[in-house]
Design a protein around this ligand. Sequence first.
Ligand SMILES: [Zn+2]
Length: 248
Amino acid sequence: MQSINDKITEIFPQDCAIVFLEAHPDDETFLSGGLIYQLQNMGYQIYVIYCAAAADEKLAGTVGRQQEAVRALRCLAPDRICFLPYFDSCFENVDTLVSVKLTEAVRCCTDLFTRISRPIVLVSYDENGGYGHKDHIAVHKLGLKLRRTNTQIRQLYEVTINRSLFNTWIADHTHKEKSYLPQTQYWAENYGTSAEEIDYSFTLSPELTELKRRHLSGYASQMSAKEFPLILSDEDFTELFGTEYLKK
Ligand SMILES: [Zn+2]
């Protein structure tokens, strides 16, 4: 695993727009919040596309979740935040990311990309979709398909969770209350990526780590200050979320 802190412009060429493909609001901050803010600070053209977060007033919480995303990403111009017309897979009888054909989602992204006048570095999810949510795995497949079919994309990276780090940390903290620990019962057994299979790491500055925690706390519909990860001590939060991981 190599640190990209000293070679960000090598990994992300400055003539490219950087497009983050996400499933749901809050995923962007969990998995790559530090990287997004860092690239934004360096003057990159950043886009964040949510693939499973369409909103409809008739579907509880969907409008609010979009608003939370726009607030968390207030460093980006509003037209850099896009929502595909597909809903979270928890909803039935509507078009969800997992119910539509991959080719349709590809076409939808390709239409969005025509607004971007530069080559693209695409950032999606690893093959396990981070912790294994089916919408996240769909985002992984979408990223791969786009990379194969769209010549505007110069490079694809996949954000991931460092499974070795999490497993060790969880084993060291089993004495803690349940609320202090991640709810791994919702995670796939093979979540994220083992440390030796991760290509790159990005270490957040203390300021970026603090900003990441603050932006996560803005997702009030998704997490409480009394639970993982917001309940974590600064030291534990930094250990688990103060470094972000990429595969190429
Ligand atoms: Zn998600």
